[in-house]
Design a protein around this ligand. Sequence first.
Ligand code: ADE
Ligand code: ZN
Length: 356
Amino acid sequence: MSAAASAPAAPELDRPALNALLRAMPKAELHIHIEGSLEPELIFALAARNGVKLAYDSVEALRAAYAFTDLQSFLDIYYAGASVLLKEEDFHDMAWAYFLRARADNVVHAELFFDPQTHTERGVPMATVIQGLKRACDRAQAELGISASLILCFLRHLSEEAAFETLEAALPYRQHFIGVGLDSSERGHPPEKFARVFARCRELGLHLVAHAGEEGPPAYIWNALDVLKVERIDHGVRCVEDPALVQRLATSRLPLTVCPLSNVKLCVYGRMADHALPALLAAGLCATVNSDDPAYFGGYMNDNFIATFDALPQLGSAQAYALARNSFEASFAPPADKARWVAELDRCFSQHMQAA
Ligand code: ADE
Ligand code: ZN
């Protein structure tokens, strides 16, 4: 798919009509940690099912702990929440709950991150994790018409050797995941720490993505591009501090999977009104909107779109179109699927513009 396309010129929609369009437009989600979709209610249900003792007495007490000061303060709670996942059914049920939410938001394609080391370190077999998630992905296609694939993430606070062991353990299930990513604590764990394992994944024909420039400096984005040779940057918002990097990302149309509610919850921005998304789009970047860890950050895809557009008056129907179209362009789906979704997007836009 080619370069940035814009919505047909039209008078701007009023706020209710714009929100209706944001909700209705077909979209792809490219940055969702499936363990970050575990709602407190499901954490408690799985804890009861598996006999796992939680550090919180109630759903309300757990939710009240979701007041984060930075990425690490979130990750500590996020890894604790994932401790209730033990059986294949648990992984299936978690992903299925996400797909039902995604369907309600008109997500037609989702690429799900999963963190196998969070589970294998607790003695859960790799097969349990991947087969449970894969079964939910197949069911999403069959029952909801959502196309879904899996991206295995290495935890960057662990060693490259541990990443190699994880890759080895996952290779018997190679056909069930399309790529690898890099997540967890960013500061002090630069992309180049994983140069050799990403080179190996590249040889294996896996797609490559990495979190960079969420809390880490622009240098981490450069090195994710030049050392790891990633095809997308997850977050990447700190690129705005480096004009040469913005230029590189714009010219190459190398996508950023931006997560606005996450950035505010983790204090990357003090308030949504300060978010760089309008600047990224204005500079011609292939930016997309995503939910990251929706159960922890206050919302799923449409919540992210609406919160962002509400706070940033520079965003209107042209940017809505660009973001949805970018999400298809940036996906790893086959070209024929991308073309079909863009045609659906165009139909949706025409209807909403005519109705306005
Ligand atoms: N793992 C889950 N959410 C993450 C985020 N926002 N950044 C890094 N690692 C993560
Ligand atoms: Zn993330």
